[in-house]
Write a protein that binds this ligand. Structure first.
Ligand code: ARG
Length: 478
């Protein structure tokens, strides 16, 4: 880092070590450790495209308002494109001594075009600049998250469509509860992801205001046109309060919150895949592409991707907690603490996109063991509620009494090591004499699921309606 001291961009004749961007009042450059703790270029170089886009919009506006000359604006605009291609071509040398992406870009611009580069920072501060750059970046991530959630929804809907009437056990407390359909279970996750999309879309709409022109904190005396820069950068409007605009990181917190909720959904689905693919369940088999073997146990097919997705929520929620903690006690307006926003959001966004892509691949490749699902659904007294409901409907029992009678029949079946449909009519009638042979109709798992026709219920007809509604929504995507 100290070797950067000799770089022409950090040298001035008067104070050879001070930063050329703000070093006017400084006689000496920073301590090496100060430079290390202060610099963000190691990570905020990811904002280069947003930074250059924001600067180009700012320069064009300054010229349109007569604040800088058209020829200077032209030189700045062209020079910034050169910087952009240098960075994209990998030939740009980022310098720690120049702290961050904003000063790295501007310093290179000065090397390229000379004096006009110094006019770019008129009526602007790094405070509104970074707020703008970061909003643009997070806004793109909202779009990417929405696209990735949609891809996973498509994979889940395909699974649901194939198995709309496949019967499986539904669980509460991970104990067999009532039979449900595979399609119903898949569509439950579609609903969650639909809400995730809603959260990313809401966050995007709320963050779509442009901080540029708020300057350091108080606005500026130059006759800038904030509507113009906001429009040029695709924002709906300029932010309404300059103090708020440079201090606000709600957009990052909202993104992290939405990401944490989305990752929670992925983690729950991943957990189900881990359980379902175990030798004890065998509900599903992971494809080779999404599992690994063991170096010592030849029989193993480990669901590593699902396990890692299950774990990734830790990083994403950790990022949210970290940024909330950074922000919670900060006085207005900008404080350098806020530089800690970026790494958290970068890591959370990368992690979420990877987890969504992996889950989409796994769901698409999943082999579902229909016979095994049905066999599991048929065991564990899963239709006990159907029996109790039958006693209410056909024998006129109060539900509590029907529940009690059914409990007695379950105990009888359990003691004999059989399931409810294997009891005889005489067994049934020994508990309640009103029971007739018709009761056996509701003890089958297919009749059980078919009967649950309430809106949103597990009946295949209802599941197909859910699928149809989502397919309708999918037509409007892309
Ligand atoms: N690198 C800084 C950040 O990420 C840019 C803003 C610096 N502003 C300042 N007044 N030092 O927050």
């Amino acid at each position: 880092m100290t070797s950067d001291r000799t770089d022409p961009m950090t040298d001035t004749p008067e104070n050879p070590s001070a930063n050329t961007m703000w070093g006017g009042r400084f006689a000496a450059g920073p301590d090496a450790i100060m430079e290390a703790i202060n610099a963000s270029i190691g990570f905020d170089q990811r904002l280069y495209a947003q930074d250059i886009r924001g600067s180009r919009a700012h320069a064009a506006m300054l010229a349109a308002q007569g604040i800088i000359s058209p020829s200077d604006a032209d030189a700045i605009g062209k020079g910034l494109l050169t910087v952009l291609s240098e960075i994209e071509g990998g030939g740009f040398r980022f310098q720690t001594a120049l702290e961050d992406i904003h000063m790295n870009v501007e310093a290179r611009l000065k090397e390229l075009i000379g004096e006009p580069a110094g006019r770019l920072h008129t009526a602007r501060s790094r405070n509104d600049q970074v707020a703008t750059d970061f909003r643009l970046w997070v806004r793109d991530q909202c779009d990417a998250a929405i696209a990735a959630c949609r891809a996973l929804i498509r994979a889940l809907v395909t699974q649901a469509d194939t198995g709309a009437d496949w019967v499986m056990p539904g669980f509460t407390h991970l104990q067999t509860a009532q039979p449900v359909t595979w399609g119903h279970h898949m569509m439950a996750y579609v609903e969650m992801l639909g809400r995730d999309i809603g959260r990313f879309a809401d966050a995007r709409a709320r963050m779509n205001e442009c901080p540029l022109g708020s300057a350091a904190l108080a606005g500026t005396g130059f006759p800038i046109d904030r509507e113009a820069t906001a429009a040029a950068l695709g924002f709906d409007r300029p932010t309404a309060n300059s103090l708020d605009a440079v201090s606000d990181r709600d957009f990052a917190l909202e993104f992290l919150s939405a990401a944490a909720i989305c990752a929670t959904h992925l983690s729950r689905l991943a957990e189900e895949l881990v359980i379902w693919s175990s030798a004890q369940f065998r509900f599903v088999a992971m494809s080779d592409r999404w599992s690994t073997g063991s170096s010592i146990m030849p029989q193993k097919r480990n669901p590593d991707a699902a396990e890692l997705i299950r774990a990734k929520i830790g990083r994403i929620l950790g990022a949210a907690v970290a940024l909330f903690t950074v922000m919670k006690g900060l006085p207005l307006a900008y404080s350098k603490d806020m530089q800690e926003d970026k790494e958290q959001v970068f890591d959370a966004a990368d992690t979420l996109m990877l987890a969504l892509a992996a889950m989409t691949g796994m769901i698409g490749d999943l082999t579902v063991n229909r016979e095994r699902l049905e066999a599991a659904a048929s065991s564990g007294f899963s239709t006990a509620t159907d029996l109790a409901d039958w006693l209410v409907r056909e024998a006129g029992l109060p539900f509590r009494d029907a529940h009690h009678a059914t409990g007695a029949l379950v105990a009888m079946a359990e003691s004999r090591g059989v399931d409810l449909p294997e009891l005889t009519l005489a067994d049934m009638q020994s508990v309640n004499s009103a029971i007739t042979a018709q009761v056996f109709d509701v003890l089958g798992v297919h009749n059980s699921v078919a009967s649950r026709q309430s809106y949103g219920g597990t009946a295949p007809d209802q599941v197909r309606r859910q699928i149809a509604r989502w397919k309708g929504a999918m037509e409007g995507w892309e």
